[in-house]
Write a protein that binds this ligand. Structure first.
Ligand code: TRP
Ligand code: SF4
Length: 346
């Protein structure tokens, strides 16, 4: 397929420091496949991180590097995808400003994510202009690259919907500059944390992509198993009652998985041994990640260089988009052949 006709994909993550297996299976596996098929832009949304961390912005730069190293370890390939940091491309701020002029406040206030997050992060004052405008900046991120598809988790759907509305409004008011992007829903396999709750950094129940073999073995050994099976002689019900078994499903060979299930049900296998075997399987799946991390981390300048190159590619697209946008907005009816040529028709 000719490069030009390829669909363009854009997605981003806020820099939250090191990533865990939930990110791996939820997002990064998906990105890694997409980069082979589409023209991909993957970026670090560090300005978005400011909306909730404005009281300690100095913690953000280290988180960026840690996260990008995890991306690279997970197989996101700078030869295939453009990897960059939002704040390196100042055009995002300009487009954000222009879009903010045409976005009704009511659209932002009714955004469910906005209300939820304000509830959840009660200890922080999120009644800021920047936080309310979070989805406008996200719209700028997306349409800057004229992305067709935005792979995201279900929690991000309201944001992408707002992007679509803002895009339509822009195209209607001025000219048909931007494709209306579509969300591409990322399937998240059920991957609970060590304690059975959702895997999340804030619960301290995660297995991290940069965990050593020993870390992984130790964490898995603490994983919750079938609570109705305190002794090895009690028959288990792994599929319904064992948290660890969710990892077995992802990491064990099919045939071995069936054996474990049968052995557990028949009380032929104990949890300690069973989880040791699981840890070995997880560790061997993580070995290629560790190998890539070692390569990328060997030279501390590597991540910086990759981000600089990515920024250059992204900037070229962003500059072109902004030239077009300024032209459409400000060159006036004669110059732009804009929508409201007659000036006072509407
Ligand atoms: N809001 C996204 C998140 O929290 C991050 C993000 C910012 C994003 N801009 C984006 C995702 C553009 C996709 C496209 O995960
Ligand atoms: Fe879970 Fe394995 Fe224990 Fe069965 S034996 S409850 S599958 S850890």
């Amino acid at each position: 397929m000719a490069a030009k006709s390829r669909q363009r994909i854009l997605s981003g993550m806020r820099p939250s420091g090191r990533l865990h297996l939930g990110h791996m299976h939820g997002v990064l596996d998906n990105w890694r496949q997409l980069q082979n098929q589409f023209e991909c832009f993957f970026f670090v949304a560090d300005w978005h991180a400011l909306t909730t961390n404005y009281d300690r912005p100095w913690t953000i730069p280290a988180s960026i590097d840690d996260m990008v190293l995890d991306w690279l370890a997970a197989g996101i390939d700078p030869q295939k995808a453009t990897i960059f940091v939002q704040s390196d491309i100042k055009e995002h701020a300009e487009l954000n400003l222009l879009l903010s002029m045409i976005t009704p406040v009511s659209w932002l206030e009714r955004n469910p994510t906005y209300k939820e997050q304000q509830q959840q992060l009660k200890e922080r004052d999120l009644a800021t202009f920047g936080f309310l405008g979070y989805p406008v900046l996200q719209a700028a991120d997306i349409i800057m690259y004229k992305a067709n598809k935005v792979p995201v988790g279900v929690d991000q759907l309201p944001h992408v919907e707002l992007t679509r509305e803002i895009t339509r409004r822009f195209n209607y008011l001025y000219r048909d500059v931007f494709p209306v992007p579509e969300a591409m829903l990322t399937e998240v396999p059920k991957l609970p944390g060590l304690d059975g709750r959702k895997m999340s950094k804030s619960y301290g129940n995660s297995i991290y992509l940069n965990d050593s073999e020993e870390d992984v073995a130790r964490r898995i050994s603490t994983m919750v198993t079938d609570v109705e099976r305190p002794r090895k002689s009690d028959p288990g019900d792994p599929a319904n009652r064992c948290v660890a078994f969710n990892l077995h499903r992802l990491y064990m060979e099919k045939s071995r998985l069936a054996e474990i299930e049968a052995d557990c049900k028949a009380a032929r296998i104990g949890c300690v041994v069973c989880k040791k075997e699981l840890a070995r399987a997880v560790n061997s799946a993580m070995e290629p990640l560790r190998e890539r991390r070692r390569e990328f981390a060997a030279d501390p300048g590597t991540v910086k260089r990759i981000l600089a190159e990515g920024a250059e590619k992204a900037r070229e697209v962003a500059r072109n988009t902004m030239e077009e946008v300024r032209q459409v907005l400000f060159a006036g009816p004669a110059g732009s052949g804009g929508k409201n040529d007659a000036g006072d028709k509407e």
